[in-house]
Design a protein around this ligand. Structure first.
Ligand code: ME8
Length: 511
């Protein structure tokens, strides 16, 4: 397999002091769709996710519950893993920062940068926001509170190891300027460029005030800063530094780190400068998506409006949720979750457009040909228009997927669903069926319709794996034998195939 047929993508690793909600599900789901799409296009994919288990925040949460931090982590990790299984997430690895393999990697990174002379021991005094695990200068604070989350900060003074981040300011600016796609979307790139132009301070990368973390090599009084620890997951998951399975060599640099906009600076300034110092190539792209509010409000425990994905999946089905989250909001912008919008999407796009297309078409084939596909006759103009549109649109979807424009890709696929529905209306099979001389034409129309449905099933599979497989089975094909890069041309359905009359794919939801 050539190098360009490899793809490595990551989600953030989630804190274990919170249980998974719709925001975490969103990032992970977007990565899953991309991973499935790339596999369908013949790529060997490494898709990493996991949990961020160290730091003061987790230590405090554990103590509040009368648990050790590891007990808390063990319990919450199961909830993340169970949710990913339920959401049909196809991750390659699940890294926990409490694992020994990860500790090895973090200590190796620390040692490498220290050996280069870019880590030194000093003293730290600043304002610390524990919920955000971030230090702020006096001028950053808003009325004494954290400028990000608005909560109170504490003044901390401690001996600390520092990373010479300031040394890399020019190099980082030059990298971002020379690589316009490194930070996406563009607005985020501008945000980071202006942040860098203001100048970089050296970064405190160790703490002595708590112990739940990875010790600094040869100075166990210090634990390594949780972000230095967490960001290293992107290479520890690949087996850095020993690389006994060869994955680091094979998959690094990462094709895309997908994150929420809240953690952009860590991924586009801290992480790349650590890598520059360690002499490791930089990731190719960081894509920051927007945030979900719920029914117009910020999701928060105190408002008791946190949307719990398990409940949604049980109520509406996993594919409907997968579809909704990626269709509703352009990837990169903020969005609002509401039950009415969800029900509307399910009823109009899934039940009406897609569901009806499949049930109408298979019902007609069953009625007119006892479910058997016949050999298509010569293509008429409307047949050619349909075929051309499908072949062209597959290329459009590909470009949109490459740009992580999931909502646009789904819109493009739905243009095909609507074109196929229109093809039924324009060719009026029920009229053809009344005339024995039109038998071959009727067979051609049915063939074209089912071939259109086959191509739609290929395109929807990364978004809705169960639905894609269900449609293939209805069409008498083994889903395993259908792969986008090999089967995206028109006319692959075999005449003589028996097609099932489909039960509704998505029942309408009564409101
Ligand atoms: O930040 N809308 O972990 P975290 C959309 N451990 N996405 C949301 C969201 C919302 N309302 N809320 C959360 C951390 N997210 C660190 C990361 S990586 C080396 C370490 C998503 O558990 C979004 O992707 O707070 C965000 O970046 C992530 O959850 C934060 O998860």
């Amino acid at each position: 397999m050539s190098d360009d047929k490899r793809f490595y993508l990551t989600t953030p690793i989630y804190y274990v002091n919170d249980v998974p909600h719709i925001g975490h599900a969103y990032t992970t789901l977007a990565c899953d769709v991309m991973a499935r799409y790339k596999r369908a296009r013949g790529y060997e994919v490494f898709f990493a996710t996991g949990t961020d288990e160290h730091g003061q925040k987790v230590e405090k949460a554990a103590h509040a519950k009368g648990e050790t931090p590891l007990e808390l982590a063990d319990r919450v990790v199961k909830r993340f893993q169970a949710l990913w299984e339920k959401l049909n997430i196809s991750n390659t690895d699940f890294i926990r920062t409490s694992q020994e393999r990860h500790k090895q990697a973090v200590q190796k990174m620390f040692r490498t940068i220290e050996a280069k002379g870019d880590i030194y021991l000093g003293e730290y005094e600043d304002w610390y926001c524990t919920p955000c695990e971030t230090f702020w200068t006096e001028t950053n604070l808003l009325d004494g509170n954290c400028p990000d989350c608005g909560r109170p900060t504490d003044k901390l003074k401690e001996e600390s190891y520092f990373f010479r981040m300031s040394k890399y300011q020019e190099q980082m600016l030059a990298h971002i300027e020379a690589n316009p796609d490194f930070i996406q979307p563009k607005t985020r790139r501008n945000e980071i460029l202006s942040f860098l132009r203001e100048g970089l301070r050296d970064l405190s990368i160790s703490r002595t005030t708590f112990s739940w973390g990875i010790p600094v090599p040869d100075n166990e009084k210090h634990v390594i800063y949780v972000w230095f620890d967490a960001l290293t997951n992107y290479i520890s998951t690949l087996g850095y530094p020993n690389d006994s399975d060869g994955n680091f060599n094979k998959f690094w640099p990462c094709d895309v780190h997908v994150i929420g906009k809240d953690i952009l600076r860590f991924h586009t300034v801290y992480w790349p400068t650590f890598l520059l110092a360690a002499g490791i190539p930089l990731p190719k792209k960081v894509f920051a998506h927007g945030w979900w509010t719920v029914e117009g409000q910020k999701m928060s425990k105190s408002l008791a409006n946190v949307v719990e994905p398990n409940m949604l999946i049980d109520k509406y089905g996993v594919d409907a949720i997968r579809y909704f989250l990626l269709r509703e909001v352009p990837f990169g912008l903020d969005g609002d979750f509401s039950h009415s919008a969800l029900v509307h999407r399910i009823n109009s796009d899934l039940a009406n457009d897609l569901g009806n297309l499949v049930s109408r078409s298979t019902a007609m084939l069953s009625k007119y040909f006892k479910g058997e596909l016949t050999t298509p006759g010569e293509a008429t103009d409307i047949d050619k228009v349909l075929q051309d549109k499908f072949i062209r649109q597959i290329g459009v979807v590909d470009e949109q997927m490459e740009a992580l424009a999931f909502n646009k890709a789904l819109q493009s696929i739905w243009e095909l669903v609507r074109a196929a529905n229109k093809y039924i209306d324009d060719s009026a099979p029920w009229t053809l069926a009344k005339d024995d001389n039109q038998r071959e034409r009727l067979g051609t129309v049915m063939y074209n319709l089912l071939e259109a449905i086959r191509l739609i099933s290929l395109l929807v599979t990364p978004f809705m794996p169960e639905t894609g497989a269900k449609i293939c089975t209805i069409l008498g094909i083994d889903p395993k034998d259908q792969q986008l890069d090999k089967h995206d041309t028109w006319g692959l359905l075999q005449p003589g195939t028996m097609v099932e009359k489909a039960a509704p794919l998505f029942p309408r939801i009564e409101t």
